[in-house]
Design a protein around this ligand. Sequence first.
Ligand SMILES: Nc1ncnc2c1ncn2[C@@H]1O[C@H](COP(=O)(O)OP(=O)(O)O)[C@@H](O)[C@H]1O
Ligand SMILES: [Mg+2]
Length: 406
Amino acid sequence: MENPQILLIGNDPALKAEFDAAIEGVRRWHPLVHHAHDRRQGVELARSRRPDIVVVESPSDCDALRSLATELSVAAPECQVVAAYRRDQFEGEQSESQFLIEAMRSRVADFLRRPLSSSELQETLDRTLNRAQRDSARMGKVLSFVSNKGGAGKSTISVNTAVALAMRHPGEVLLVDTSLQLGVAAMMLDVAPRTTIVDAIRESHRLDETLVRQLAVQSDCGLHVLAAPPDAVEASHVDDEGFSRILTLARRAYRYVVVDTYPMLDAVIMAALDLSDLVYVVFHATVPSVVGNAHFIDVLRKVGVSQGRQRVVLNYNFPKVTGSLRVEDVVERLGREVDHVFPYQKRLLTALNTGQPYALKAGRRFGFGKSLHRLVEEIESLPGANGSSVEFRAQAGGRVGGEVLA
Ligand SMILES: Nc1ncnc2c1ncn2[C@@H]1O[C@H](COP(=O)(O)OP(=O)(O)O)[C@@H](O)[C@H]1O
Ligand SMILES: [Mg+2]
């Protein structure tokens, strides 16, 4: 994070000038700075820009500061709020130390004393950005399953992955079904959701970790599901901003967040991609599908999903016949390795019709169950997941993303 985004909120022209001068002298970071003149504009910018740090011109009144900090953390849950104050702004009874103690009880992460100096700003940025990085390592992992065509196996593999994870971490896994047409996750899991992702969007202004958990429906295996909108009209309420918010909060409430998507690269899916630790690209073994996917993978890279975050999943969703593409053929046509291969499993159909996901009974030694197990282990070995460390996994020799060990 060499170029953190900082949002400065305050209408005192002197503060802006001080800040610009102090930033000049900061060596370690090269922040991108946005400026808002008032609270309303500031909250709006926080929501749309999702800055790492928000520096606010602090009111002397702690209640006012607290309410601003709370509003900011609702608008941009990941941001760290820093209050800039002047010693001489406290009068009469109120002392600086009283103010600091009270302010620290609110969502204010740090303070800057004015007039700002480069060295103090540097120190505050060090502390705050390091804290932000630690926080983000502690957050739940987001895994998205995407494809450029329907019928590739996204729902099958994402639902089974979520179930397999939930069996190992009951109550700590959320499956988000974003399907715009007809969500299948609830059906596949035989749960009847009373609330859906649309309710989460509607409650956006007061959405927090607790509410996200309350809006999810629980399945017997310990998996929580945020169901798809009931129809396309309802689905039109789902926008990228609301969806980012849901995912950001879900990461705080769950250890793993699995996102089933639909075959489109619209703003909502892009928001999911932005927040994903790993993006699984699912496709099946036909020539058009492989060719389409080579292109799709390239597009993903162009929209910012680096190869280190991508995983290529070849899914044999129909029985092998003469002339079926072998894995080697796919690798050659694709021009890159395939990370996971799921074989055909005819019992997936029974699972679909009975609402008993295959993962519930799948073994780990052969076929689909073995592939699923490998994928789950890959997810569990992400840095920060399960509290395991990068060093441990390097010693264990497990295959982890290039990004991780690089
Ligand atoms: N490995 C597999 N073996 C057998 N059937 C599969 C497999 N993967 C998917 N299917 C079946 O293929 C169909 C499409 O899968 P689905 O997960 O709904 O695709 P998507 O969500 O990408 O549209 C479903 O009927 C599913 O049961
Ligand atoms: Mg689907």
